[in-house]
Ligand binder design. Sequence first.
Ligand code: PEP
Ligand code: MN
Length: 361
Amino acid sequence: MEFKFLQSLLTDGSTLQTPLIIAGPCSAESRDQVLSTAKELRAAGVSIFRAGVWKPRTRPGCFEGIGEAALPWLQEAKRLTGMAIATEVANATHLQLAAKAGVDILWIGARTVANPFTVQEIADAWNELPDELKNNISFLIKNPVNADLELWIGAFERLYKAGIRRLGAVHRGFSSYGATAYRNPPEWRIPIEFHRRHPEIPLICDPSHISGRRENVAKIARQSMNLNFDGLMIEVHNNPECALSDAEQQITPAQLIDLIHTLSKPVNCGSSDTELQNLRNEIDILDDKLIEILAKRMEVSRAIGSLKKLNGIPVIQNERYKKLVTDRAELASDAGLNPAFIKKILSVIHEESVKLQLDPQ
Ligand code: PEP
Ligand code: MN
């Protein structure tokens, strides 16, 4: 597949930032909020303004976006600041309304990408647009909520077959069951494989939906830059605590400026520094993974504790523990690890599990 790069859509001829930054609130909430955030972002050097107009929410009763009535606010932001504007479309009607309103970038959200019928409906609706609207629109396709690379690539194929060439990918993490360190764990191997298979598609990271908490947005953004992503889509709100959707993960325009500075710092001078930095990034990612796995293990352990209590089974079963340690030590040795090291780790984990099962809270 051959794509035109997203960069071509910068409307005002401004020089491209490296990386490409798309920023703006999760949802357009009011004219004031849209315009004031857009102006601050423009002053910060951002060239693409995002704001959700139709919001797919997991549970009914949450703020589902202003809808069509918010489109004139986005148009005004574009007129006043010169920024390109981006919003989410989840069906043919959204696409037609957004296209008519002059929205430059339409993104297909994670929930929609998981449904091939809807992706096809959007691709077909694009085909029905008049040429002058068609040619000005770019699409971003977020990864589906589930960790399915083929489904993600399939969405690109559907749009490509319909004739759409201005395409980019957004990695926003994958949903998972149970407690994890992130709202949508990044599972970096999936976007890495995506890039390996389609290096021609610009790949943008959305650290906001991955982390789910503003404290972690910068860290994930830096990790993605170190993995050579082309850009970032970051949720920015002028008053994040009061945001009507995704309040916990949005940052202020000032925080975005700080974040951008940490990205553009010259990190390394020599090639050994670069190598060291890359290896450290890999370690950071693996440590995150370890923590996630440990959290999941403890959760299961707690569930076992409740079951034992219910059935009057004692917390400690020496035979089971001994077998577990022997089996794992063998596995570790096969994997080239020192069995004594694994025994030590298992003993600490076991101690913590027992503590949890005795006092599950
Ligand atoms: C969003 O960008 O606000 C959004 C709803 O994203 P996602 O589809 O990744 O959940
Ligand atoms: Mn959001």
